[in-house]
Design a protein around this ligand. Structure first.
Ligand SMILES: [Zn+2]
Length: 379
């Protein structure tokens, strides 16, 4: 049998018998940390595992004799079965390497089909490895894939049950952690809420009854907010939205505007601008789009019309094609082009559609929601 041996420096040798291998190791030509391969092996194994009973360093003459004494047909088996700890780890390492390379290639298009999933499972099965363990090593790749999928399905400001089930399936498949789970959950909930509000569907009434509530009045939103005047922080309090009014309560300053007196509602990422008959009020809030959409929905249901910022999220805009989204995702490397974050990613128009921007690769970029919000503020 021919043995191929590779020293840690990459230098290769061949030997025609196990005796020859043993001599080469003893003389130092072959390092005791070298890798070996012979016909019948599916992977390279540490050279020392060719001598199953050796203990430590190269003084292993007895073992060599024992090993040589075995029928050569059994050697392959012995090599594999008694490869020992090092070989097992090496096989694991090479499997993870192959697995992550295959996974990276498969998810480059932001999709993973049934055949690809089956191929991944087969790869792990054939190597006799533990799926949980292999998948743990590939978490960053899998996370990137989930975020790509999420940004993709949210692009039309709508997530249907099928799309949600698909994302949840992959979260389970890749044994994703809590952080990305809550990112997905939050994003889906937000997209659904905005979509419902755009379609005149109100969220459930909140089970809170502050003392100032009138009879028949119900709370739809209660959130921390900060009041600003001339770009200066005035107070920190809570914003309430009911079916009758928009109320801001804090221990310093507050306001209450009945819905009928609102002329304009503009919400961006961390900003909410309420224009009433009396003037303009600026609040800082975690997600300005939601209260703005809620008030507009309430007003529509009351048969009132007010003006609102016509940003990119209006339903009329044409969607960015899958090809463009893919090209943008790959060009921007799956991260926010502003800050490099890899979470809460959204496809953003460099020049907004409302200002004549197109759905081309040149005019679309990846931004995280934080940076996307900052950008909206400026426009
Ligand atoms: Zn960012």
């Amino acid at each position: 049998m021919t043995y191929t041996l590779e020293n840690p420096d990459g230098q290769r040798y061949s030997a025609t018998s196990l005796d020859e291998v043993a001599n080469a190791v003893r003389s130092g030509t072959i390092n005791s940390k070298a890798w070996a391969w012979h016909e019948g092996l599916t992977e390279w194994i540490p050279v020392m595992s060719l001598f199953p009973n050796h203990s430590g360093k190269p003084s292993f003459e007895n073992s060599v004799k024992n090993a040589v004494g075995n029928a050569s047909g059994l050697l392959a088996k012995a090599g594999l079965v008694m490869a020992g700890f090092a070989a097992k780890n090496y096989r694991k390492a090479t499997l993870k390497n192959r697995f992550s390379k295959a996974l990276a290639a498969m998810i480059a298009d932001g999709q993973l089909d049934h055949q690809e999933v089956a191929a991944l499972e087969q790869m792990v099965l054939e190597a006799g490895a533990d799926w949980e363990e292999v998948i743990k090593e590939c978490q960053p790749l899998a996370e990137q894939f989930i975020r790509h999928l999420l940004a993709d399905v949210c692009e039309d400001d709508h997530i249907d049950d099928f799309e949600e089930a698909k994302i949840l399936k992959y979260i389970k498949f890749f044994r994703m952690g809590d952080e990305i789970k809550s990112e997905v959950k939050y994003t889906i909930r937000r997209v659904r809420l905005l979509h419902d509000l755009g379609n005149n569907k109100l969220p459930p009434i909140m089970p809170i009854n502050p003392a100032w509530l009138q009879s028949g009045e119900a709370v739809y939103l209660c959130q921390d907010a900060r009041l600003y005047r001339d770009d200066t922080l005035v107070s920190e309090g809570k914003l309430w939205i009911t079916n009758i009014r928009v109320e801001y309560v804090s221990n310093k300053a507050g306001f209450s505007i009945s819905l009928g007196r609102i002329r304009e509602m503009n919400g961006f990422r961390t900003q909410l601008i309420i224009t009433s008959v009396k003037g303009e009020i600026e609040l800082e809030i975690v997600d300005g789009k939601v209260p703005a959409a809620l008030v507009l929905c309430l007003l529509r249901l009351n048969n009132r019309t007010v003006s609102a910022a016509t940003d990119d999220t209006t339903k009329v805009r044409k969607r960015i094609s899958k090809e463009v989204r893919n090209a943008v995702w790959i060009r921007d490397g799956g991260i926010c082009v502003e800050c490099g974050a890899n979470d809460y990613l959204e496809f953003d128009h460099v020049i907004p559609v409302s200002k004549g921007g197109s759905n081309t690769v040149e005019n679309v970029q990846l931004l995280c929601r934080r940076c996307n919000g900052k950008k909206s503020d400026k426009i």
